[in-house]
Every structure is written in C-alpha cells, then in structure tokens.
Design a binder for this molecule. Structure first.
Ligand SMILES: [Zn+2]
Ligand SMILES: [Zn+2]
Length: 235
C-alpha cells in the first residue's frame, strides 16, 4: 500500500484486527504461528489433509474425481481463516487477500511458478451479484497472483450464467447437477493451454471442478486450481 495511505489506514492483522507497525509484516506474530497450514499427508488431487498417507486421495475426490488436474491450497479453512475470509468477501476488506498471498502464500506461489501457466482465470461471480458487492474476491486474488507469477489474468474468461441465489431452493443433488451448467466460456477468449483457476474457498470442489470442465472442453490441456482456504474432512 502507498505510504500515505498506510498512515490514514494503518495496516491491521487480517486475523485479529490488531494494528500493525508501518512497513512491516501485516500478520501479527501470534496469528502467523497459529495458521493452519497444509501438512502431509494430503490428497494428491485437491490438497486436503488425509488421515493415512497410503490413501493418496481424500474421500471427496475418491467419490467423484474433480475435473481439474491438481489444486494447491494456501491454508486450511479452519481456526481464524474462515473469519478473515468472510471479512475479505463480505465486508469490503479488500487488502486481506493480498496480505495472505504475500505473507503466507510464498511456498504455494513458488509451486505454481513451476507449472508454466499461460493465464490466470478467477472463478466468476454472477454479474448482478458482483455489481452489488462491488468486487469479485476471486478476481482480486487472481490479480495479485498474476503480479507475483508474472502471468496475464483473464477476468471474463469464464462467465457465471446461474446465480447461487437461484440455486438456493434446490436439493443438494440438484445443486450439484446444476453447478455443472452454471459456467460458460466468455466471448472471444484467447486459447490457453495451461490455466490457473483461482477461488477464495474450496469446500467440495464442485465449483472449480465445473469451471475446469468448461475450460477443458474449450481445449485447455491442464487446469490447476489454487485457493486461500480449503475445507477439511478430518480434524
Ligand atoms: Zn493477529
Ligand atoms: Zn481430494
């Protein structure tokens, strides 16, 4: 952030909201220590922690193998992460995503750098919803990653054609079927071979899997996924 802005809006730890010293780390030492990082063993497909190393995949992926090639989550969606992501998503606290990527995403960014990605695509929001919220949090994350990975970001590569509100009344099974049809390719997009798909939270993976399906149908050879927080089946 610009120096002048930092004085007006002093940096706050995204997890405990304590004001931090100017120019230093934004995540306080205590919160940094307690962050739920991804540790082995984890699912070779989505990165979720698994109980036993010899299982290779989590229950979720084993039940239904996602359509992307592999996911690289930064943190687990546990402890203080859900609250920080809720503020990022709903409370207009837009810096949080950038802080998390810069300060806890280094290892993940290094992994992603080795994948030779052609372009970065955020999971799109339904247009009306984005207008009301004012921003798509997945796009903010994608933009920051694009800067670090030095790759172009394509905001309108994918479009969301069905709102999640419209899906609210559906049963879980129907919703799953519906999510497959909720995305389509944007207009006049360039062809990308290796795509990095970005979202804030990964729970069952149905959303990114549906997006990956559309991208693969359009000719993408590899679709990788990254997110800030991934849900866990085990404690
Ligand atoms: Zn803190
Ligand atoms: Zn998995």
């Amino acid at each position: 952030m610009e120096k002048g802005l930092e004085i007006l809006y002093p940096p706050r730890c995204p997890f405990c909201n304590e004001v931090q010293a100017l120019g230093g780390s934004k995540i306080c030492r205590e919160c940094l220590k307690g962050l739920p990082k991804r540790v082995r063993p984890f699912c070779m497909k989505c990165g979720k922690p698994i109980e036993r190393d010899e299982n290779e995949f989590c229950n979720n992926c084993r039940n239904r193998m996602p359509e992307f090639d592999r996911a690289y989550p930064i943190l687990l969606y546990r402890k203080k992460v859900p609250e920080a992501l809720a503020r990022f998503k709903y409370k207009n606290d837009r810096q949080i995503g950038r802080i998390l990527i810069q300060e806890v995403g280094k290892e993940t960014m290094a992994e992603l750098k080795r994948l030779h990605i052609d372009g970065i695509v955020p999971v799109p929001m339904y247009r009306k919803k984005e207008k009301i919220r004012g921003y798509n949090q997945a796009y903010l994350l994608a933009r920051e990653m694009g800067r670090i990975l030095e790759r172009p970001v394509y905001k309108h590569y994918l479009l969301r054609t069905v709102s999640t509100v419209a899906q609210k009344d559906l049963s879980q099974g129907e919703r799953k079927k519906n999510i497959k049809k909720a995305f389509k390719l944007g207009k006049n997009v360039v062809e990308l071979n290796h795509i990095l798909l970005v979202d804030d939270i990964y729970t069952t993976g149905a959303t990114v899997s549906a997006c990956a399906g559309v991208l693969k149908e359009a000719g993408a050879e590899k679709v990788y996924v990254t997110c800030i927080g991934i849900g866990t089946d085990i404690v």
